[in-house]
Design a protein around this ligand. Sequence first.
Ligand code: NAP
Length: 261
Amino acid sequence: MNLNLKDKKVFISGSTKGIGFETARLFLEEGAKVIINGRTNKSVQDALSLLNNDNVSGLVADFIDDHQVKNLIDSIPNDIDILVNNVGIFQGKDFNDETVEDWNDHFKVNLMSGVQLSKHFLPKMIKRDWGRIIFISSECATLVPSDLLSYSVSKASINVFSSGLAKLTKGTNVTVNTIVPGSTLSEGSKKFLEETALRENKTKDQVEKKFFNDVRDSSLISRFLTVTEVANTILYFSSPLASGTNGASVRVDGGSMGSII
Ligand SMILES: NC(=O)c1ccc[n+]([C@@H]2O[C@H](COP(=O)([O-])OP(=O)(O)OC[C@H]3O[C@@H](n4cnc5c(N)ncnc54)[C@H](OP(=O)(O)O)[C@@H]3O)[C@@H](O)[C@H]2O)c1
């Protein structure tokens, strides 16, 4: 299938690793021009070296820092066709241990990054009558694990915001959609498997099996999704082929959320 992404200009927040990095790699394979982002010059340079493609460049900015966000937005070309609001942080913590700062950080990085970027780029996309804004939420938006409250609430707010933002595109060829991944084998999850395996003297396979038996027992595929499975979905809904989908939340959750739509 030709996704018709050649020469499309793409910005992906938080894309030196994990789902964002894989999304950048797949966009480059399709001939798109991609700008990646991470917090440090080293992480951005390392990712650019791995991607090793003339069509990719990088911008350093930490979404916790308003000043850096403003500079980032000023540095991204105004004619971006596809904005992927991927950046996200999470921290497993009991509600009683979570601080107000933890809550603020989750909202700043997970929600406000996309709010600020969309505020800048949506009017420009509407003026050119083409564009795609993709948000990355999480199965936690509806599963709401009790040790991931600030994360889950910030992710649910993304679905709400994205749905409302899509209404501003009425009558245009711009779409706004949210991809909702399940537990995915990004760097963070790999580290969790390795550390737990070491601590409990088990293999990584045993730890994964236990996680899907005890913690994410609603998952139908009963394994971590690969970053490629999630990124493939992001690419399709970013493409001109997905012109009929707008204002949607699209699950790539391996069935964990269980809802009929
Ligand atoms: N992995 C999962 O199981 C899973 C499940 C559902 C949803 N998601 C969502 O999918 C998205 C990607 O997750 P992931 O697991 O692929 O992430 P990841 O592997 O942890 O990578 C996070 C990326 O975001 C960047 N980043 C982190 N904090 C940042 C900040 N304050 N400012 C700018 N960049 C920042 C990191 O770059 P540097 O380190 O270079 O700064 C890195 O490139 C997130 O929104 C996450 O909530 C993930």
